[in-house]
Design a binder for this molecule. Structure first.
Ligand SMILES: [Zn+2]
Length: 179
């Protein structure tokens, strides 16, 4: 900004000199015009600086803005911790995807008639489940083998979302025993 003023003042001086040399009043007027313009620029520049120094308070809070916007980083860390959880959820379907080829895979689901389902909901006859496996079985089921079994009422097992094994058919066996 000050360079422009300097150039204008020098130009005005040059024109004034040429006006004196050539005795032309036109150059003199142009020189006066440039001087006035330079003066105006100086005044405008001065007013701008005065506003900046007069109002430092509104600009001071600005440095705090980056500090407020920094919290998004912890949010990203939370997202990364959620990814392993989603991976764990994906595991159970994989174990039941290949029932025939993998010896550890769960047997199929017994096809229980809806009438039997209503009966089973109220029964407290004991079936067994294996931790992290979706089926419930009779104690005599051959699939259980040496697995650690957890005894549970058939009604409660169904309530928890367990499904009947189609090898030992606990639903048909228990419903038949209550008829
Ligand atoms: Zn079974």
């Amino acid at each position: 900004m000050l360079y422009i003023v300097l150039v204008l003042v020098l130009a005005a001086l040059g024109l004034l000199v040429s006006a004196l040399i050539t005795a032309s009043s036109l150059w003199a007027w142009v020189s006066i015009g440039l001087s006035v313009l330079a003066g105006l620029i100086l005044v405008v520049d001065w007013l701008r600086r005065r506003r900046r120094s007069a109002a430092p308070a509104p600009e001071a809070p600005a440095p705090e803005a980056p500090a407020v916007s920094s919290p998004p980083e912890p949010a990203e860390e939370e997202q990364t911790t959620l990814i392993p959880a989603a991976g764990d959820l994906g595991d159970p379907p994989d174990t039941s995807a290949e029932p025939e080829t993998t010896p550890d895979a769960d047997p199929g689901v017994e096809d229980t008639p809806e009438a039997d389902v209503a009966v089973l909901a109220d029964l407290e006859d004991e079936v067994v489940v294996v931790d992290e496996h979706p089926r419930y079985h009779l104690r005599t089921c051959e699939w259980l083998g040496t697995r650690d079994t957890i005894p549970i009422g058939v009604g409660e097992a169904r309530q928890l979302g367990f499904t009947p094994c189609d090898r030992c058919t606990p639903d048909a066996t228990l419903v038949a025993a209550h008829r």
